[in-house]
Design a protein around this ligand. Structure first.
Ligand code: PGA
Ligand code: ZN
Length: 419
């Protein structure tokens, strides 16, 4: 099946910022429509999300240049190509851009095309997207779904400016089915609202649908999660575990970390000790971006200090093969957060996952804080056999779009396994 048309438009994401939506049609009539997300706590090693920077439109956040790059530059080169040749297509996209960080055409423009072609090819083959991705990745699908991690409290750049840590997670036990995990998370999420009200804390919502309370310390947020877990009649460290995405680059200044849990700014070694103490009080199942993206020393030390915690690189790795290779060599983490829009094509994302697997790292497939109702990322997570997903709180339309898609996939895979 050949690519017949590619057309992009400017739409809005969940924060009300413009983003790119692209439709791809193949010569047999197969059609896919697809949009890309956008981060707020951007890592400096991420591919460039092209913005118009025209202050007269959307405070400079418009994406008309990216849209026109798809329609005027990318589309004419791709028309007539076989939609099943994803690697060839992505290579051409990379060449057309020609920069190391996709700053010419924009990773938002490029990914929207790369992703929409994956979906259109799946439609053309009359198989679900996750199955088509499994064929690209070379994985075997089973009934086992990725474990969902849920972001119930939003701080940092997603919150109300009160907590420094960006995300406070609950992770249901691997023994639960996906459907059970979703229910557990939802019940704890609802209970958490009552817990916040009881403590007189603000219970408004942050960018990823979690609560954005005003608390005295970051550790207090973990305490409130424990209370909500108990209140919903689940057992902490048995049914449900705790995790953090600290997003430490966002509060690293003059080579120090300042958080409200400590009176004075911390050096790298102080922060290592802080996490060790925190882990004694609240055993951490996962710790993402515990240190700045250039503070390799902190990363290496924490990976050694907390051997039973998943040490996840997000800003550190930026879904970039060079960063991943360096981190493997330095033993700087043991898990990767995978975000296709950090690198800009699906083939490169898949390659990075393969590299991480070679190092025996855990793989977590993630949304962004600015999302649309697009559910491609759910299919992607299942297709590459991710160990975990990270799609925000179990609430708000753009988040539950992904969770509901996983429910449908779980059902399909279970029915197939029984055959
Ligand atoms: P972002 O946050 O999408 O705003 O970058 C998500 C994360 O840090 O994991
Ligand atoms: Zn992160």
């Amino acid at each position: 099946m050949k690519i017949k048309s590619i057309k992009a438009r400017e739409i809005l994401d969940s924060r009300g910022n413009p983003t790119v939506e692209t439709t791809v049609v193949l010569d047999d009539g197969s059609k896919a429509e697809n949009s890309v997300p956008s981060g707020a706590s951007l890592g400096k090693y991420e591919a460039v999300e092209l913005r118009d920077n025209d202050p007269k439109r959307y405070k400079g956040m418009g994406v008309l240049t990216a849209v026109s790059n798809v329609n005027e530059i990318i589309a004419p080169k791709l028309l007539g190509m076989d939609a099943n040749e994803q690697i060839k297509i992505d290579k051409l996209l990379i060449e057309l851009d020609g920069t190391v960080n996709k700053s010419k055409l924009g990773a938002n423009a490029i990914l929207s095309v790369s992703q929409a072609i994956v979906e259109a090819a799946a439609v053309g083959q009359k198989i679900p997207t996750y199955k088509y991705i499994a064929s690209l990745y070379g994985s075997k699908l089973t009934e086992k779904m990725p474990i969902p991690t849920f972001n119930l409290i939003n701080g940092g750049k997603h919150g109300a400016g009160n907590l420094e840590f960006q995300e406070f997670h609950i992770v249901p036990s691997a023994s639960k089915t996906y459907r059970e995990s979703l229910r557990i998370a939802e019940e704890i999420y609802q209970t958490l609202e009552n817990v916040l009200i009881k403590h007189g804390a603000v219970h408004s919502i942050g960018d990823e649908g979690g609560y954005a309370p005003d608390l005295f310390s970051n550790a207090d947020a973990l305490e409130l999660l424990m209370e909500a877990i108990k209140g919903a009649n689940y057992r902490y460290n048995f049914d449900v575990f705790l995790g953090l995405d600290v997003a430490a680059s966002s509060f690293y200044k003059n080579e120090k970390y300042q958080i409200k849990d400590r009176a004075s700014p911390m050096q790298t070694d102080d922060l290592v000790n802080f996490y060790k103490e925190l882990n004694q009080q609240y055993p951490l199942y996962s710790l993402e971006d515990g240190f700045d993206e250039d503070d390799w020393d902190g990363w290496i030390k924490i990976t050694q200090a907390l051997p039973s915690t998943m040490i996840i690189g997000d800003d550190l790795l930026a879904t970039n093969k060079h960063r991943v290779e360096e981190a493997i060599k330095k033993k700087a983490c043991n898990a990767i957060l995978v975000k296709p829009n950090q690198i800009g094509t699906i083939s490169e994302t898949i390659y990075v996952v393969m590299k991480a697997r070679e190092a025996n790292w855990k793989v977590i497939v993630s949304h962004r804080s600015g999302e649309t109702n697009d559910d491609f990322i759910a299919d992607f997570a299942v297709g590459i056999n991710a160990d975990f997903t990270k799609f925000g709180a179990p609430a708000r339309g753009e988040r539950v779009a992904k969770y509901n898609r996983l429910l449908a996939i779980e059902k399909e895979l279970a029915a197939e396994d029984k055959r």
